[in-house]
Ligand binder design. Structure first.
Ligand code: PEP
Length: 256
């Protein structure tokens, strides 16, 4: 399986800044064939970045989209409209869940729309600090996973990526903490076991499961060597070109 390094730029960079970043990153990166590098840029930049991107070196992702294809949905962009521009889309990020009120039903429709439009969804799941404190981690992971994947058939599941992102470890969360490799290992095992229960063991082994939460160049190697982890989803550190590129180099080295 490839190793995935996904940068989530969130609501940062103007169109011009995004273009300069991409230009510099492409110049800096060799063509690592077994590391799939993805930048999830703001919607406004996707059109121009799609013309600029060297798809041998990296791929483009969206951070969100709406599940209906066209229609009276003011302010929204659909997966259908993103088709051809991006290869990936982040779905169900905790900021979408907790700031914009997306529930598992909405996320389920978005995952399905993404698959239908041949865009690989990166389904984010993970417990909050208080859910963790109440011992609800396993239930939250299982509920968000089965909820998000409810419309995904056995035939399509290998086109979906899961990202385990404990909300308490995301750097923009107040008083964020670092997840230990053991925390990540337990959660990823639970995710893989749940996937095996739904889709069978063999299929589950082929599904990429990423980790995200305050990843930086000094801890990336430790997370990448956790059994069952197929890559990383990176927020803050992906905004700093040198750090993001270092993490990509680490992925190449660690997983070679
Ligand atoms: C994220 O928001 O998806 C994320 C992982 O952010 P950070 O790396 O900044 O914790």
């Amino acid at each position: 399986m490839k190793t995935y390094i996904v940068g989530n730029w969130k609501m940062n960079f103007t169109v011009g800044e995004a273009s300069i970043y991409l230009h510099k990153l492409q110049k800096r990166l060799p063509n690592y064939r077994d590391v799939e590098v993805v930048v999830a840029a703001p919607s406004l930049s996707l059109q121009s970045l799609s013309l600029q991107i060297d798809r041998h070196k990296m791929k483009l992702g969206a951070q969100n989209a709406f599940y209906r294809d066209f229609g009276a949905f003011t302010g929204e962009i659909s997966f259908e409209q993103l088709r051809g521009l991006v290869d990936y889309a982040i779905v169900g990020h905790s900021e979408r869940r907790y700031i914009f009120g997306e529930d598992d039903k909405t996320i389920q429709k978005k995952v399905a729309a993404s698959v239908r439009n041949k865009i690989t969804p990166i389904l984010c799941i993970g417990e909050t600090e208080s859910e963790r404190a109440f011992g609800e981690t396993a239930d939250v992971i299982r509920d968000q996973l089965t909820g998000g994947l409810a419309d995904v058939s056995e035939e399509d599941i290998e086109k979906v990526i899961i990202a385990y992102e404990p909300v308490w470890a995301i750097s923009s969360t107040k008083a964020a903490k670092l997840a230990s490799p053991d925390d990540v290992s337990d959660a990823v095992k639970l995710i893989r076991d749940s996937l095996a229960d739904i889709y069978g063991k063999k299929t589950a082994e082929n599904i990429a499961v990423l980790f995200g939460g305050s990843v930086n160049p000094s801890n990336a190697g430790a997370y990448l060597t956790v059994p069952g982890v197929s890559g990383l989803l990176i927020g803050g550190a992906s905004l700093i070109l040198g750090e993001f590129a270092d993490i990509i180099d680490t992925a190449k080295r660690v997983r070679a």
